[in-house]
Each structure stands twice: as structure tokens, then as C-alpha cells.
Design a protein around this ligand. Structure first.
Ligand code: SF4
Length: 144
């Protein structure tokens, strides 16, 4: 049995409202990177947690704290979500820090199947962030 945790990008989950639905669908269907496990192996999803946000000067320290939400529960493997793979400029540093801190935990980059190229995905995400959005500022300034 493989005990799996998923780490997602909070730009996708917190800012853009992704519920990890594609990661979970392909986990159930054993597609994407979940197809790499032997068919006979049972997969258990232990938990999902989003990255604590871009690291500023603290480097991976924030993530090392947060990832305990998975590592304290005997995960064998942590998958970095597809959004992390495509969007995160820190993923290689994060991978290295996690591998050093948790040598028994395997890190896999990616989750669900890739339906568009990472370049196309980044362009689409950029478009989402650039669209005009009402915020509390508009309410305070009475422009809502
Ligand atoms: S550090 Fe990476 S995974 Fe975390 S919010 Fe920033 S881009 Fe996303």
C-alpha cells in the first residue's frame, strides 16, 4: 500500500478557488503520475495541503513546518500538484529541502494528466489573475 500526500500551490487553491478536483479525479482513476504505481498496489490518500505561500526570505522553512500535516501521518510519497509543477519557481528548492528533511519520503512532481502544455497553462492562469476583480477596496471606496 502506498500512503500518498498532495501538496498544492496556494495561488491555485486560495486565490483561484481550485478544490484539487482534477488531482483527486486522477488519483481515483490512477491517471497522470498516479499511473506510475503498480496496478496491484493499493493507493491511500492521506491528506492534501496547500503551500504556505511564496517563501520570501525564509526559504523553505515555512513549508517544512507546514508539511508536517502530511509527514506526521506516515506518508510514503508526496506529490507536488500539477499547478505547482507548472507555476512554482521554488519547486526544485522545495523538493531538495523536503528530501533532505524527510529522506524516507519520495517526492513526485505532478498529479493529474497534463491536458495542456505548462506554457499554455501558465498563460491561462496569468489571464485569470489579470481580469478585473472587485475587492474590499471597491466596497470601502463605494465602487462596488
Ligand atoms: S511558493 Fe510556489 S507553490 Fe507556494 S504559493 Fe508560491 S508559487 Fe505556489
Amino acid at each position: 500500500m502506498a500512503r500518498i500526500g498532495i501538496l498544492t500551490c496556494s495561488n491555485a487553491t486560495q486565490d483561484l478557488g481550485c478544490s484539487s478536483v482534477s488531482c483527486l479525479a486522477d488519483f481515483r482513476k490512477r491517471k497522470g503520475t498516479f499511473a506510475e504505481y503498480p496496478e496491484s498496489e493499493r493507493l491511500t490518500l492521506v491528506g492534501i495541503i496547500s503551500c504556505p505561500g511564496c517563501p520570501t526570505l525564509t526559504g523553505p522553512d515555512k513549508l517544512l513546518q507546514r508539511i508536517r500535516a502530511l509527514t506526521e501521518f506516515k506518508v510514503d510519497t508526496i506529490h507536488f500538484s500539477y499547478c505547482m509543477k507548472a507555476l512554482c519557481p521554488f519547486k526544485d528548492k522545495y523538493r531538495q529541502a523536503l528530501e533532505e528533511a524527510f529522506p524516507d519520503v519520495k517526492i513526485v512532481i505532478g498529479t493529474h494528466q497534463e491536458h495542456v502544455t505548462p506554457e499554455e497553462y501558465r498563460a491561462r492562469v496569468k489571464k485569470l489573475f489579470r481580469q478585473p476583480r472587485k475587492t474590499m477596496v471597491d466596497l470601502i471606496l463605494d465602487k462596488d
